[in-house]
Design a protein around this ligand. Structure first.
Ligand code: TRP
Length: 78
């Protein structure tokens, strides 16, 4: 976890494709729960990092999500 201590952990980029997209941070550790929810409107971009407090992120709504291992879209109807 050296990279994390030095604040070098991964970022992801989320671009909202509709109003009211939620980016939710989930806690690291034994207890996995929501700790922060950020609301994005269409066109807004959030660049978020995994930290000692954040182990996972959940995206609710239509958004483009870009990570170091690929790109995907949430909220898309199939
Ligand atoms: N205080 C939070 C943390 O350091 C801020 C944060 C970082 C966050 N990444 C996030 C909040 C992703 C929501 C989603 O972990």
């Amino acid at each position: 976890m050296e990279r994390m201590k030095e604040n070098q952990s991964d970022f992801i980029m989320i671009r909202a494709m509709e109003d009211g997209v939620n980016v939710i941070g989930l806690t690291r550790g034994t207890d996995t729960r929501f700790h922060h929810s950020e609301k994005l409107d269409k066109g807004e971009v959030m660049i978020a990092q995994f930290t000692e407090h954040t182990s996972a992120m959940k995206v609710r709504g239509r958004a483009q999500i870009i990570t170091s291992f690929g790109e995907t879209e949430s909220g898309k109807e199939s």
